[in-house]
Design a protein around this ligand. Structure first.
Ligand code: PLP
Length: 427
């Protein structure tokens, strides 16, 4: 399957039916699995044999879909989680513990910002936020003895900054830690961070991968390239015996290719239980089957909307890396030659009040705390997803009060532009 093009993998990777098996991914709607002997089951508990015993840890439907996502990203192993939040938490907490330190781009999703800066802080995990545009010197300066990873988003939600993946990976590797990239917005159809040096890739599958607004979900993919053993003292969870799992040393037993996901499954899924339901995994797979067809249309619509917005006198600024005027145009061309995603943001004259009035006037586009849906939607982050941030943090995250995020769906672009035009006329 790995020799096929990504369009083919969207359709066929992950689940390969045998003779007489169901053609579509079967939904294994079962909490448990039956065995003939306790010895058979014991081998599963000891991680001596692979198989299923309880859906909180693993389920075949989820694994088929995770395998597809691993193939799309070019990774060696993947797991599904109940949400994108769970995916990012698991990816970080799998290698961090009380006393660890994370370096994160400051331009990230509001929920992830909160997760790292508030909730993980309560667990004794420290963070240094750096600009997504940080130079190598600035990145180097953020490292400490206890730094365990570097985190960023390929295209940040909602600021739409573009991460220089190669630069971030290079610096992370020089300090012996992995780079974790949240690749939710471009999806592997438009960017594959592993090809640029990322070690772990996360997703909110709730977004384009699902693409129809039906199921919240997440995924973690391991590139299988990071050598945990070469930095054994930094990552004891992977390189020393896990007493809660019969003394297994994940990095020894499962190698570079399997250690990270096996540990996340057998420890974090076991203890936190943020499994994706097999039914939702099935919906996710339906979304993945058309991902390569949908992404170019999202990009086409967003490009047209961004070009229209740029010409409006009531618009202060448009962020879309497909616009030659955008700060990230060149870097986006390098990492995403076919375009990034369908999300455009712009700052309206008049701040919060103007943003609210404008959005109320929209007829086709609806106000939603969502992006990456087939239906176009919009949001003012300052009054919704980012309302926990003060003005200073809003500016640092690149989301001023008058910012409106438009997630261009799959409708006709002329209808989208007409809707925006009539809303501007009411101001
Ligand atoms: C939405 C989103 C998340 C969180 O995902 P959920 O599925 O809503 O939990 C994380 N990262 C990015 C970039 C997102 O857009």
């Amino acid at each position: 399957m790995n020799d096929y093009k990504i369009n083919t993998k969207c359709i066929q990777a992950g689940y390969v039916p045998g003779n007489g098996d169901p053609r579509q991914v079967p939904i294994i709607q079962s909490t448990t699995f039956k065995y003939d002997t306790s010895e058979d089951m014991g081998k599963l508990f000891d991680l001596e044999a692979s198989g299923y015993f309880y859906t909180r840890l693993q389920n075949p439907t989820n694994d088929y879909v995770a395998a597809k996502i691993a193939a799309l990203e070019g990774g060696t192993a993947a797991m599904l989680t109940s949400s994108g939040q769970a995916a990012n938490f698991f990816a970080l907490f799998n290698i961090c513990e009380c006393g660890s330190h994370i370096i994160s781009s400051s331009s990230i999703y509001g929920g992830t910002f909160n997760l790292i800066s508030v909730t993980m802080a309560k667990m004794g995990i420290e963070v240094t936020f750096v600009s997504p545009d940080a130079t190598e010197e600035e990145l180097n300066a953020a490292f400490r003895e206890n730094t365990k990873c570097v985190f960023g988003e390929t295209i940040a939600n909602p600021a739409l900054t573009v991460l220089d993946i190669e630069k971030f990976a290079k610096v992370a590797h020089e300090h012996g830690v992995p780079l974790i990239v949240d690749n939710t917005f471009p999806t592997p159809v438009n960017c594959r961070p592993i090809e640029w040096g990322a070690d772990i890739v996360t997703h909110s599958t709730t977004k384009y991968m699902d693409g129809h607004g039906v199921a919240v979900g997440g995924a973690i993919v391991d590139a299988g390239k990071f050598d945990w053993m070469a930095h054994a003292d930094k990552f004891p969870g992977l390189t020393t015996p896990d007493e809660s799992y019969h003394g297994i040393v994940y990095a020894e037993k499962f190698g570079k290719e399997g250690a990270f996901i096996t540990k996340a499954t057998s420890q974090l899924m076991r203890d936190f239980g943020s499994i994706q339901s097999p039914q939702n995994a099935f919906y996710l797979n339906l979304g993945l089957e058309s991902l390569h067809v949908r992404m170019p249309r999202h990009v086409e619509n967003a490009q047209a909307v961004a070009e229209f917005l740029e010409k409006q006198p009531q618009v202060k600024h448009v962020s879309y890396s497909g616009l030659p005027s955008d700060k990230y145009y060149e870097i986006a061309k390098k990492y995403m030659p076919n375009g990034g995603c369908g999300v455009v943001s712009f700052e309206i004259e008049g701040g919060r009040a103007a943003a609210e009035k404008f959005m109320k006037a929209l007829k086709l586009m609806s106000i939603e705390t969502h992006v990456a849906d087939a239906r176009t939607c919009c949001l003012n982050p300052a009054t919704s997803t980012h309302r926990q941030m003060n003005e200073e943090q809003l500016i640092a995250a690149g989301v001023p009060a008058g910012l409106i995020r438009v997630s261009c769906g799959l409708e006709d672009k002329e209808d989208l532009i007409a809707d925006l035009a009539q809303a501007f006329a009411t101001l």
